[in-house]
Design a protein around this ligand. Structure first.
Ligand code: NAD
Ligand code: WQD
Length: 340
């Protein structure tokens, strides 16, 4: 079995990807547990009937990264999820974000270069790089706007680093996946999203409210230029997103692309408004949900949903789950972790 290193593999998206990878790859998870728990490893092992190799280490320590590659010089690829991702915190503490998100990437790329062999690398990017796009659905040719936050800027800078690196390292093949809005949990309810503190994202806030942790959901603005006035996003089931990484790494291993740096949008292609999400939650769960309309949230874009035709054509990938499947899985996960 080919060996793949998964950095941030105990986090939300990394854990779901580790499960999918386990079918065909030997998985090495690297995580410093800064935003995850070691229990997630049990969840992954239970679902996949295999325990991944686990390396607890901090990738912003250059020496650690060197040692990691000494131990796993036989790896054929790496999927790089490890990063800090809280947009608000990045505004308050930008250097924390620039240091972690950029130094981990640079140290990994330096070690990969030292291997002096062909290597495959997938980077977790984000639709946040587009800001408010001029044209919807958003395709990969959309221009990149000045980032709204240091977090978003780390994704833009990382993509530029990868572009420059690939130009002079033809043996290294890279794909950046620009995720839209991942939601939901694995159908087994063994793994899911574990937000720390009060969630900033819509779906965990909805499920926590339904679980009685918050009194109500505040809809951030209903005066946008959209059919119901609330913002539109492309919510994608995390398992569909995880599967995109498998086809992407396989595409690289099989050298299917002429270019050694490619970017793909990973979204369903459908836009859903905040009010539609709330109504969908009420419909699929049969529960009441207390919500009010509040003011706009600073930095929010009005509408963002993916043109995913490039991923469909070149990676043969498409999302299989409906928005209802995704919302229900998020609720089932919330019930499981709250013992409801
Ligand atoms: P997450 O926080 O759940 O997972 C990230 C993992 O990386 C955590 O387990 C954390 O402990 C680990 N980590 C962070 N810094 C590390 C370091 N220096 N060394 C080792 N491990 C470290 O986040 P997620 O939602 O799974 O996101 C994964 C990636 O996808 C991130 O790069 C994020 O920016 C990107 N992304 C996420 C979303 C989203 O909405 N969740 C959207 C677009 C892009
Ligand atoms: C979705 C919609 C809110 C909470 C964020 C990051 C982005 C990316 C994905 C990583 C918006 C509205 C939310 C609430 C609400 N992450 N909302 N009430 O803003 O698209 O993107 O996650 O790269 O960088 O910024 O996702 O889930 O926060 O919000 O009305 O309590 O729900 O205004 O319209 P967003 P989100």
């Amino acid at each position: 079995m080919n060996k793949i290193i998964v950095t941030g593999g105990l986090g939300y998206i990394g854990s779901h990807t580790a499960v999918e990878l386990s079918n065909t790859f030997q998985v090495v998870i690297v995580d410093d547990l800064s935003n995850s728990s070691i229990d997630v490893l049990d969840g992954i092992s239970k679902i996949s009937n295999r325990t991944p190799i686990f390396e607890k280490l901090d990738l912003k320590n250059k020496e650690n990264v060197g040692k990691l590659f000494d131990r796993h010089s036989d790896a054929v690829g790496l999927i790089h999820f490890a990063a800090y991702k809280a947009v608000g915190e990045s505004v308050e503490n930008p250097l924390k974000y620039y240091e972690n998100n950029l130094s981990c990437l640079i140290y990994l790329l330096q070690e990969i270069n030292n291997l002096n062999q062909s290597f495959n690398f997938i980077f977790s990017s984000s639709c946040t790089v587009y800001g408010q796009a001029k044209k919807l659905p958003i395709n990969e040719k959309e221009s990149i706007k000045k980032a709204e936050s240091p977090y978003g800027n780390t994704k833009q800078i990382s993509e530029e680093i990868l572009f420059d690196y690939c130009r002079v390292n033809p043996k290294i093949n890279v794909i950046s996946l620009r995720y839209f809005n991942p939601i939901g949990a694995h159908d087994s309810c063994e793994i899911g999203e574990l937000p720390i503190g009060v969630p900033q994202n819509l779906v965990p806030f909805i499920t926590q409210t339904a679980a009685g942790i918050h009194e109500k959901v505040t809809v951030f603005g209903n005066d946008y230029n959209t059919p119901d006035g609330t913002c539109i996003r492309d919510y994608i089931h995390v398992t569909d997103l995880a599967k995109a990484h498998i086809v992407a790494i396989e595409n690289l291993i099989l050298k299917k692309s002429k270019s050694n740096y490619n970017i793909y949008n990973i979204g369903t292609g459908n836009g859903t408004s905040v009010l539609e999400m709330i109504k969908s939650f009420i419909k699929v769960t049969g529960l009441e949900l207390n919500y009010i309309i509040g003011p706009r949230r600073k930095g929010d874009v009005e509408s963002a949903y993916a043109d995913n035709s490039k991923a469909m054509k070149e990676l043969n990938w498409k999302a299989e789950n409906s928005i209802e499947d995704a919302i229900l899985s998020a609720w089932n996960w919330e019930k499981k972790i709250r013992s409801l």
